[in-house]
Write a protein of this length. Structure first.
Length: 278
């Protein structure tokens, strides 16, 4: 970065030139000395009077650099906030905490809960997961074949309907798994509950999950709480990149003015997610 030349440098150059010309044009050493004293006195007087102003300009320039926001990679949208979200660390499990978890953190919570219950768990990789988010392994069943498959949905705005529940049941049959569990931070429709009735297909709502966690020993609850609330557990992760997304506002189209979550790797990644608090 080039350093901007100060206006004072021009004045100093003029004064120096006048002094040099005075030596060349005036042979009388007495007059030269007087002019030299006057020029030097003027220079130091000017330097002293403008010292505070120069300090103020430097401080303002540094402050401007500090406040400069990181520009959003999305050219058609603006970031609504440049600061990281202020997240309070809860001291105990409650319904609000489960509802506030972003989708990836909710998957981790589901996997960690089953770990506490003695299962070996595997969270599927990012991208297309074939309808399975967590695999459950049971030593008494098989070391390689999953005993159960889990689908996780951090849905709070609306209920899980019968369609995704029916799809999970089809995946369970294809995988020949003895058990399938659908877990949501919200709730289910009546049709979804009726479909799962009498099958090896369990539906766990956010309320049911909270009860199961609270039934664990207190030390296990606290350990699980620390794992889930470490770092930013509310900002959603990009389904493809895995990085935390950023909140943006649409500036064109039919959704102009609406807020949404966009990937910070745009335009390489164009994933977006609905903003719950929009």
């Amino acid at each position: 970065m080039r350093k901007r030349k100060s206006k004072d440098n021009g004045l100093e150059f003029i004064i120096a030139a006048l002094i040099f010309l005075s030596f060349l044009m005036i042979k009388n050493i007495g007059i030269v000395s007087i002019i030299l004293v006057i020029c030097l006195s003027s220079f130091f007087l000017y330097w002293f009077l403008t010292r505070n102003k120069r300090k103020e300009n430097n401080l303002n320039a540094r402050a401007a650099i500090t406040r400069r926001p990181i520009l959003n990679a999305h050219p058609r949208n603006t970031v609504t906030s440049f600061d990281k979200p202020i997240i309070s660390i809860p001291k105990q499990w409650n319904r609000e905490l489960i509802s506030s978890l972003e989708w990836k953190q909710f998957e981790i919570l589901c996997a960690e809960y089953f770990k506490e219950k003695g299962y070996r768990t595997e969270v599927t990789k990012l991208g297309a997961d074939g309808g399975i988010d967590v695999l459950l392994f049971k030593e008494s069943y098989s070391a390689t074949k999953p005993f159960g498959i889990v689908q996780c949905k951090a849905w709070n705005s609306y209920k899980v309907g019968v369609k995704p529940v029916r799809e999970l049941y089809g995946v369970m049959a294809a995988e020949k798994a003895p058990l399938a569990i659908f877990m949501t931070s919200g709730s289910y429709t009546k049709e979804a509950e009726e479909f799962s009735s009498g099958k090896h297909l369990k539906l766990l709502s956010g309320h049911s999950l909270l009860k199961l966690i609270q039934a664990l020993p207190e030390d296990n609850q606290n350990s699980l709480l620390r794992k889930i609330t470490t770092g930013d557990y509310t900002t959603p992760s990009c389904p493809s990149c895995g990085v935390k997304m950023t909140k943006r506002t649409s500036k064109k189209g039919k959704n102009i003015g609406n807020k949404f979550w966009g990937c910070i790797n745009y335009p390489k990644c164009r994933n977006t997610l609905h903003c719950k608090n929009a």
